[in-house]
Design a protein around this ligand. Structure first.
Ligand code: AR6
Length: 179
């Protein structure tokens, strides 16, 4: 169903590296040089071109790394996509509300995807793995951020935002929010 700003939200259970989309979003860390989870899988399946691009970014605009909440694009290498958009989620903290930073990851990634000319964008559930964000809250922040950005015209020509959820628990958390 088409939502605010003409953007449809689609939920899929699976591995994000197996998706076909214009842009695939990576739950990276600020080094941009790889890691575990989605990040490890993207670099493994996408091949060395992605890391080469990341190294170039570190050597130019992002000498100190990519700040939390921001997004940057590289080639998608061998993935079935035109771009990988790397974003850095916040580490979850019990005593500090960092949800604005998590929302910023979705907003900035979507804005960049729109600027690049993407129509389909695949997102993982950012911060809900290694970074410890509770799934249901992570889903709530994600869906709200996408709907708000789309409603405010912040998604350019993006037509589909696909959340790619790795397991049943994550899928159900998003299903509960999207309805
Ligand atoms: N496809 C889709 N979802 C996945 C996949 C996959 N292949 N693999 C894991 N998930 P995480 P974060 C789910 O840890 O929490 C890395 O080391 C996973 O179950 O990938 O933002 C980076 O370099 C979880 O629900 O990202 C950073 O250091 C969600 O994707 C750090 O982890 C996100 O889990 C970022 O941590």
């Amino acid at each position: 169903m088409t939502g605010p700003g003409g953007v449809s939200i689609v939920l899929v259970r699976g591995d994000i590296t197996a998706q076909s989309a214009d842009a695939i979003v990576n739950a990276a860390n600020s080094s941009l040089l790889g890691g575990g989870g989605v990040d490890g899988a993207i670099h493994r399946r996408g091949g060395p071109e992605i890391l080469a691009d990341c190294r170039r970014l570190r050597a130019s605009h992002y000498g100190k790394g990519l700040p939390t909440g921001r997004a940057v694009a590289t080639t998608a290498g061998r993935l079935d996509a035109r771009w990988v958009i790397h974003t850095v989620g916040p580490v979850w903290q019990r005593d500090e509300d960092r949800s604005e930073l998590l929302a910023s990851c979705y907003r900035e990634s979507l804005r960049l995807a729109g600027e690049l000319g993407a129509r389909t964008v695949a997102f993982p559930a950012i911060s809900t793995g290694v970074y410890g964000w509770p799934l249901e809250d992570g889903a709530r922040v994600a869906v709200r951020a996408v709907r708000e950005a789309a409603g405010a015209g912040g998604a350019g020509g993006v037509e589909e935002v696909r959340f790619v959820l790795f397991d049943d628990e994550a899928y159900r958390a998003f299903e509960g929010v999207v309805g």
